[in-house]
Structures are given as structure tokens and as C-alpha cells.
Design a protein around this ligand. Structure first.
Ligand SMILES: [Zn+2]
Length: 415
């Protein structure tokens, strides 16, 4: 514990407090420039507290610094999973994410109180876990749902109630508003209008009653899932009907309609988060399995239209088949199968995520002054995207975690 006079000293001379912060130096590494795609070879990076302080060949290293010799390692900005549901999977997801170099997540619907407790534990260094941005509860329409889902779903009964709900969520401090599948069109527009007035972003799982064009018009921040663009077809209860209608919906999507839509999403600077891996992983009906590969070229189409893509896994419950952390790397692989270069796939998981969250001043790249959410890889991810999972260590908010230490946390989480 610090003495009272010590605290007073730091109050009057804040630079002294800064000087006291631990310094971590990663020596002789190769920094991956995710903006331009180059490699900056054989540099050292010093991190003071949770910020990158210096980067270069000949930086000053304080005596007290912890030095990590990391020759032949590649330093990338930490990866973001932009579509997760922590409250379904539970606390174990946090260690799995960290062990996979996921240093940030966007929670797209969950128990706000619980998520914020985990967030505090992570911030206090008690838990290895990612930075969390969260929606809190879903805003949805009436539908059949599990008691767990119902516990973090709000169903406004009128446009007025919807506006009040947005207001109360903003007051509760959520980072954005998440709307879901059964919202009526009128209530969707009430939510998006109120959110615009209150300067809070809206992210959408396209409701059945809301077209992609509606979402573009409403100025949402991101559209979620690839199958959303098939319109209300995917809400058919019977697989046989759905499958039949899907064929014509796909034709429309890959024709003039789809191309115009992609151009319009790009022009309105709306981010697209395909979460395609979740369709590949879904157990149960054959419909999703049939659909997944048929939707892969949609990522190509959006990318060619210059839509900014995001990487999301959409992991939820433990029985849903999507693995926190691991499957985000598979989403990166799917992006490259859709024709993105490894660099472009990495950009989706780093700079695009930071931009979507209005955090480019502090996250998304390895640069002096930025928050140290970083991953050290054993091999070059620009050569082969599969190298993104070959992790040597992670730096979470300035704290250094060797891969073995992260794995030990995983074992603990398994128990
Ligand atoms: Zn979701």
C-alpha cells in the first residue's frame, strides 16, 4: 500500500505517477503494419502502463523494464470478435478468447450487470479477458424465447415505449443498441430515430419486417449476419418452403439488386459483420449447412463493393457449436476463401473494428500512443492467415501473457 504522502505527491506531480508505471519492452520483433500491409522488421516496442510509448530501433529502455526477447515474432494489434454473446456461454469464454488473441469483443445481447462485473474483474487484472463493448439487452418483438433470453430482452409495446427504452439504455451506459428479429418496422424506425437523437449507434440483426434498404436508410452502424440479406425467407418455419424460396432469393441477391444494395451499404459507410462461421457450425437442420457455402460469395460481393467488413463468430451457448476464440480464426479463413487477402482479413478484425467502435485514436494498429492490446505470433500472418492462431503471447491492456499462462487459465476455466 502506498503512503499518504506518496499519494499526495502523485496528486501534485502526475508525471511522477506515470514514471512509476511498469514498462514492458518487446525486443527485436517484426511489427505488422495492418494499415499498409508492410512489415517493420527488428524493432523494439516499449509499453508503459497500458499504452505503447516508443517504437523503433534504438529506443530508451528504463532499468526497471521487463524485457521480452522476441526475435522472429510478429506483432499484430489484438483481434476483435465483433459479435459475441457472453451471457449465454458464461465466464469460461473470456479465457478462451484471451488464449486466442481476441483482445476485444462486442457483446451483441446479454446481461448487462453480469457482463460489467466480468469487465471490472478483467480491468482489475483478476481475469484474463478481452476489452468488452456491450449492448446490454436485446430490443426485440414478441416471440418464443428461453427464460435466459427473456431475462435480457426488452420488448417495447409502442413507438413511445421504444423511445423511452433507448433513453434508459443510454442512461444505463450501454455502448450501442442491438435490435433483433421480431421488431416491427414502426418500432424499428422509432428506435433508430431516437438513437440518432441521443448519439448512440444501432446495430441490427435485420428484423423480419425491416428490409436491408430500411436499415441503410435508418443509418445503422452495422448489419449482422450474411443470411439477413435473404430477406424474410429465413424466417420461414418450414425448411422445405425455406429451401425453395431461398433459391430465388439467392438469385436476386447475386443479381443487380444485391450489387446495388452492396454499393449503397458502402456509400452509407455501414459496416457488415457476416458471422458466416456460425452458419457453418450450426447443428440441427440441414438448411443452414446447405446455405453456408452458398453465402460465401456474398462476402466477396460486399468486399468488392468496398463495404467495410467485421469479423464476428456469434458464439452463444456451449451447446450451440461455436467455440469462443477458436472460431474467430476460422472466420478469418473464410474471409480469405471469399477472396480477401490475409491483410484484408486482418484489417477486418483490427482497424475496421476500431473504426466501427469510434476508437481509431486508441486501438486497431500498433503505433505509439495506442492502447497495448496486442498479439505476438510465431509466424507471419500476411503470408498465411492460418498463422493468426500460432500465438506466442498476448498483451492485454498492457499486461503481458505468454501463451502457456493463457493456456493454464484455459485449464482452470475448464474445471
Ligand atoms: Zn447474435
Amino acid at each position: 500500500m502506498r503512503s499518504r504522502s506518496g499519494i499526495l505527491l502523485f496528486l501534485f506531480f502526475p508525471f511522477l505517477a506515470k514514471a512509476q508505471e511498469p514498462v514492458l519492452v518487446l525486443k527485436h520483433i517484426t511489427v505488422v503494419d495492418v494499415k499498409k500491409g508492410g512489415l517493420i522488421k527488428n524493432v523494439s516496442v516499449s509499453i508503459r502502463g497500458n499504452r505503447i510509448e516508443h517504437m523503433g530501433n534504438n529506443i530508451e529502455i528504463p532499468y526497471s523494464a521487463t524485457i521480452i526477447e522476441a526475435r522472429n515474432k510478429y506483432l499484430i494489434p489484438g483481434l476483435w470478435d465483433m459479435h459475441v454473446h457472453l451471457s449465454y456461454y458464461g465466464k469460461d469464454a473470456l479465457a478462451m478468447l484471451a488464449a486466442n488473441g481476441i483482445t476485444g469483443v462486442r457483446d451483441m445481447g446479454g446481461n448487462l450487470t453480469q457482463i460489467d462485473e466480468w469487465r471490472d474483474e478483467i480491468a482489475a487484472g483478476k481475469l484474463a479477458g478481452p476489452r468488452i463493448k456491450r449492448a446490454g439487452p436485446f430490443i426485440d418483438g414478441p416471440k418464443k424465447m428461453s427464460p435466459l433470453r427473456a431475462s435480457f430482452t426488452r420488448i417495447p409495446a409502442s413507438e413511445n415505449a421504444a423511445r423511452q427504452l433507448v433513453d434508459s439504455l443510454k442512461t444505463a451506459g450501454v455502448d450501442f443498441i442491438k435490435v433483433h428479429s421480431r421488431l416491427s418496422r414502426a418500432i424499428f424506425f422509432a428506435v433508430s430515430d431516437e438513437a440518432r437523437r441521443q448519439h448512440i449507434p444501432v446495430v441490427v440483426h435485420l428484423p423480419k419486417a425491416v428490409s436491408p434498404e430500411d436499415a441503410v436508410r435508418a443509418g445503422v452502424r452495422s448489419i449482422e449476419h450474411t443470411e439477413s440479406l435473404l430477406g424474410s425467407v429465413i424466417y420461414e418455419e418450414q425448411d422445405t418452403v425455406r429451401t425453395r424460396q431461398t433459391i430465388s432469393a439467392l438469385k436476386k441477391l447475386y443479381g443487380t439488386y444485391g450489387k446495388k444494395l452492396a454499393a449503397s451499404i458502402a456509400a452509407h459507410k455501414i459496416f457488415y459483420d457476416p458471422t458466416l462461421i456460425s452458419l457453418y457450425r450450426v447443428h440441427g437442420t440441414g438448411y443452414e449447412k446447405m446455405l453456408a457455402p452458398r453465402l460465401l460469395p456474398l462476402i466477396t460481393q460486399l468486399h468488392q463493393a468496398k463495404v467495410k467488413l467485421l469479423t464476428g463468430s456469434d458464439f452463444a451457448g456451449k451447446d450451440a457449436g461455436i467455440r469462443p476464440g477458436y472460431d474467430l480464426h476460422d472466420e478469418l479463413v473464410l474471409f480469405t476463401q471469399a477472396g480477401l487477402t490475409p491483410l484484408e482479413a486482418l484489417q477486418a478484425a483490427t482497424v475496421n473494428a476500431a473504426e466501427c467502435l469510434y476508437m481509431t485514436d486508441s486501438l486497431g494498429t500498433v503505433e505509439e500512443g495506442k492502447i497495448a492490446d496486442l498479439v505476438l505470433l510465431n509466424a507471419d500472418p500476411l503470408k498465411n492467415i492460418h498463422n493468426s492462431r500460432d500465438i506466442f503471447a498476448a498483451v492485454l491492456n498492457g499486461h503481458y501473457w505468454p501463451a502457456e499462462a493463457l493456456k493454464r487459465r484455459l485449464l482452470k476455466a475448464d474445471q
